[in-house]
Design a protein around this ligand. Structure first.
Ligand SMILES: C[S@@+](CC[C@H](N)C(=O)[O-])C[C@H]1O[C@@H](n2cnc3c(N)ncnc32)[C@H](O)[C@@H]1O
Length: 251
């Protein structure tokens, strides 16, 4: 994917310096907004005054913890959350989230880990920066979100390589790849789509994960995703209404 880094219009010095730093980090060109003409198919990382966003083919991605906020509120009003149920957290675990995306589920998981940690991997460099910077610098009105994001460490990595190389062990390994049959109903996931790694999980990846998971592996997919046919999970839980299941493997 062709990429450039720029700022919003009329940037201050701090924005320009940040854009230059990110361009260097990504090894791509910094282009002053004044001289910018975005080409078709080109992705642009934009350092705005209060956040960093990405733009491609008219679609904009920015960080917002809204899905985590809604899910926590639903849990507090007594609704089941199948991700949290499937992880069965005690509160002090180290969780590897292989597919960080917008970080909504990582934030929700971190909320249930008063003494634990989430290590989030993301293979798209733009998504990684937008989400990591958003977590670091946003002012959240919800104190619990501020506390939760402090427990998340973000790395740019392909989980398929990471799980084969790491010497570390994690209590749970969680994977939520882009759906094989996308629903297009989630506007949050739609905003990720132009920037995301669309690779599917294969059964060998799951076997490799058993080496680094101490308690369980959880894989999220739509009910009609082939992973639920290709791999025999110990159980799959989820609601038929949402069309999404969580496949659990106990170690
Ligand atoms: C469906 S989204 C995850 C959404 C996330 N659970 C959340 O709460 O926002 C999948 C994300 O995983 C990333 N991804 C896909 N394959 C990956 C891989 N092999 N390694 C690391 N990240 C990957 C995609 O770029 C995308 O951002």
């Amino acid at each position: 994917m062709r990429m450039i880094v720029t700022t919003s219009h009329k940037p201050d010095r701090r924005q320009v310096l940040k854009a230059l730093e990110l361009a260097k980090q990504l090894n791509v060109k910094y282009v002053s907004r004044r001289h910018l003409v975005q080409r078709e198919g080109e992705a642009m990382l934009i350092v705005e005054s209060d956040r960093i966003s990405a733009l491609k083919d008219g679609k904009r991605l920015f960080f917002h913890p809204s899905l985590a906020i809604i899910r926590r509120a639903n849990i507090r009003s007594g609704e089941r959350d199948y991700l949290i149920e499937s992880l069965d957290l005690k509160g002090d675990e180290r969780i590897l989230d292989c597919t960080l995306g917008l970080g909504s589920e990582a934030i929700l998981i971190a909320y249930f880990l008063p003494r634990g940690k989430v290590i989030g991997l993301e293979n798209s460099p733009l998504i990684k920066i937008v989400v990591e910077e958003g977590m670091k610098h946003a002012n959240f009105p919800q104190k619990w979100v501020t506390e939760a994001v402090k427990k998340i460490e973000v790395f740019k990595a392909d989980y398929k390589e990471y799980i084969r190389k790491t010497e570390e062990k994690f209590d749970c390994v969680y994977v939520d790849p882009m759906f094989e049959h996308p629903g297009y109903s989630s506007s949050a996931i739609n905003s990720l789509r132009p920037f995301a790694d669309n690779s599917t999980i294969d059964t060998k990846d799951i076997e490799v994960m058993k080496r680094i998971a101490k308690k369980r592996i959880v894989v999220k997919a739509r009910w009609n995703d082939s992973v639920f046919e290709r791999y025999e999970f110990d159980r799959v839980i989820g609601s038929s209404k949402s069309g999404v299941g969580y496949g659990v493997i106990e170690i």
